[in-house]
Every structure is written in structure tokens, then in C-alpha cells.
Design a protein around this ligand. Sequence first.
Ligand SMILES: *[C@@H]1O[C@H](CO)[C@@H](O)[C@H](O)[C@H]1NC(C)=O
Ligand SMILES: *[C@@H]1O[C@H](CO)[C@@H](O)[C@H](O)[C@H]1NC(C)=O
Ligand SMILES: *[C@@H]1O[C@H](CO)[C@@H](O)[C@H](O)[C@H]1NC(C)=O
Ligand SMILES: *[C@@H]1O[C@H](CO)[C@@H](O)[C@H](O)[C@H]1NC(C)=O
Length: 353
Amino acid sequence: MMIYLVLITVTLISSATCEKLCLYCDHVPIPQDCSRVVRCGAHEDCYVEKFVTPDGYKYYSLGCRDIDKCSGVSAIGKRSSGSLVLRDNLPVEEANDNGDTSFCRACCNGKTICNVDNLCGSPEPNTYGGHICFHCAQVEHPGKCNQITLCGQGQSCKVVQYINRFSKRPNYSSGCEERDECSLLNDSTECCDSDFCNDNLPCKVRLNDNPVLSIPYINQEGDVEFNCTFRSSTSRLDVMYKVSWTVDGHPLKNRNGIDEVTLLSSYEHVAILDAYNLNGNLNKMLRCKVEPQCSIGDPLPGSHSNGYWVGIKISPQRISHTVEQNITLVSTLPVISSDGLHKLYIGPQIEST
Ligand SMILES: *[C@@H]1O[C@H](CO)[C@@H](O)[C@H](O)[C@H]1NC(C)=O
Ligand SMILES: *[C@@H]1O[C@H](CO)[C@@H](O)[C@H](O)[C@H]1NC(C)=O
Ligand SMILES: *[C@@H]1O[C@H](CO)[C@@H](O)[C@H](O)[C@H]1NC(C)=O
Ligand SMILES: *[C@@H]1O[C@H](CO)[C@@H](O)[C@H](O)[C@H]1NC(C)=O
């Protein structure tokens, strides 16, 4: 009896937990007036500091602060609302370089832009039932947007991809969109309905059906080739199709011993395999596999084509020793014999039973 042990390692990756998003402003009358954010390091917390000028004007500064600087004063404790931890929220009296006096500092973590959250006497934020969304005109990656906005009730967060006409490089804009409009959009645009959700554009490219592996044909140069053809409908221009080949389910290695892979651009839908690369793989089932990949977003599962058995079929399979018989050999690959040097040698192995 055989026992197979299967170990499955699950790695949970969450971009939300490894990046702390904090409000990032200097000299704002109240933290809610700050619409700029910053992604803080692993060893940093969000902070808010309240100052007063010599003439009595009060303002806030917000951003990231090293955890060590935050924990100078022992932790105050957890708020009942959840994960917010105040490490330091004590009144401090300290003169600043510019003569302003800092009279409250607070650090927090565990919640996105927690430094707007009722610290140092700032008012409790109210989103009036709207989502807080990233709001940028043109960024290289939606996750690099550092402006936020409060969208209205009935609005979703949106991210749109544009392809630069000359460089062909994508750039992104983000903001609010009416929920009704969102249903009409193509897959270069994504709407989502939670705070800060529009920092990515999921790759939703799907093949219309499984790729089709053609029968082998002889091209104009006299080489034997296979076509792997697929159909895909997407409005995205930043998609690439990775086409690989398998023989009996194993990746096909090319002449250099590396996996034979063709990368196709968004407008190419045929990959060609030169049968020369099948060297050493006779009598096996050939398939192609197509995996769409976008320039951002998680990779997608691939689709496999039909199989084509590459080899030489012998019939009948059982040959009598005593009776004269005709044996038929059929090669499923075209046999090219344009000159006498290239001969096909076939040595059937006779096994007696
Ligand atoms: C972003 O794309 C838009 C639309 O194609 C273009 O007008 C703009 O110049 C691009 N911006 C950058 C920084 O590439
Ligand atoms: C294979 O693909 C090439 C390139 O798209 C095309 O010209 C050719 O007609 C195809 N041949 C077959 C047999 O599918
Ligand atoms: C996708 O939709 C957006 C928004 O409606 C539009 O600006 C863009 O041109 C569309 N892209 C394609 C390739 O249809
Ligand atoms: C084998 O094939 C040849 C040519 O087609 C035919 O003349 C002969 O009768 C066949 N022999 C047998 C045993 O079927």
C-alpha cells in the first residue's frame, strides 16, 4: 500500500497588512482636511501631532513615525472599536524650531489612515455614507496614488487604465464613479465598493474557449510546424499571452534545454512551434497552454489545448510469426524526404510472447 503525503503550503499575502497607509500633511487645521496619504514602513506607525503658534493658531501635522519614537511613553491601551492602539497620547509641551509649541502627539496603527481618528482632540471623522477612494489623475501604478477623496453616497471607487500612445506604457487614473455607470465599463476600468479599494486593476482577461492546437503543416521553408491558436476578448492593451507546450503533461524543453515559451502581445493570437523542438519526444501527446498576464494584477490560470499525438503508429499491433502480414506504419508528423541524406529509419521491435 502506498501512502502519499501531500504538503500544502499556503502563503497569505495581503498588501493591506504590509503597508500602513497614513494621512500625510503639514499645517492642516484639522486632520480631515488632509487628503494626502503616505505608505509607511514596517517599523513605522501613523502619527498626528498638534501644534500651537505663538499667536494661538492651532494646527496638525500628520505622517509616519518610527515605532521606537512612538513608544517612548507606555501604551495607553486598545480602543473598544478595534485594533487601534495608542502608544502615546500625552500632552507634551515642547518648542518647535519655528517657535510653535507641540502640545499633543499620538501614534496609531492597525487601521488605514488611523491618524484621522479622533486623536489629539481632532473631531471624529464622518464619511456621510460615502467611500474613501484614491484620487489621482495619472500614475504609473494605481498603488502609487497618494491622494484620497471622499466619494458621494451611491458612488463607487474607480480605476481606469490608459495606454500611452507613444510609449505603449499604461498609466492609471482613479477616483469616484456613479454606481450606475460602473456596469457599463470595459475591463480597462474597475469599480469597487470599499474604502481604498481602487489601488489595483485586477487582470480579468479570459480566453473565449480553449486554445486549438493545429495538425502539423509544412511551411514555406520546408519546416514542420504546429499552430496554437486562441481567441480572447479584452479591451486591455497591457496583456501578454504566455504560450508554453507540454509533452505527456511535462513542459517541452527546447534545443537549449529550457522550457519552450512564446510571449505574444495583446493583438497576437497564434504561437508557432517548430517540430524540430520535439526532438526526443516521439510517441507523446503534445498540447499547448495559454496564460494571459497583465502588466499589473495577479497572474491568471492557463488553458490547455486539445492534444495531438506525435509519433509513429503501427498496425496491426500484434504480428503473427507464421502468417505473412502487411504492416502499416503511419507517422503523425509529416516526413520530409527532399534529398537522400534525410532518411527515416524505422526499426520495429518484435517481441515474442
Ligand atoms: C497617461 O496616459 C494619458 C492617456 O494616454 C496620456 O495623455 C498621458 O500623457 C499619460 N501620462 C504619462 C505620465 O505617461
Ligand atoms: C498557422 O499560423 C500562421 C500565422 O498566423 C498562418 O499564416 C497559417 O495559415 C496557420 N496555419 C495553419 C495550418 O493553421
Ligand atoms: C474602456 O472604457 C473607458 C471608459 O468608458 C474608455 O475610456 C476606454 O476607451 C475603453 N477602452 C476600450 C479599449 O474600449
Ligand atoms: C500486402 O500488400 C500487398 C500490396 O498492397 C498485397 O499485394 C498483398 O496481398 C498484401 N498481403 C497480405 C498478406 O495482406
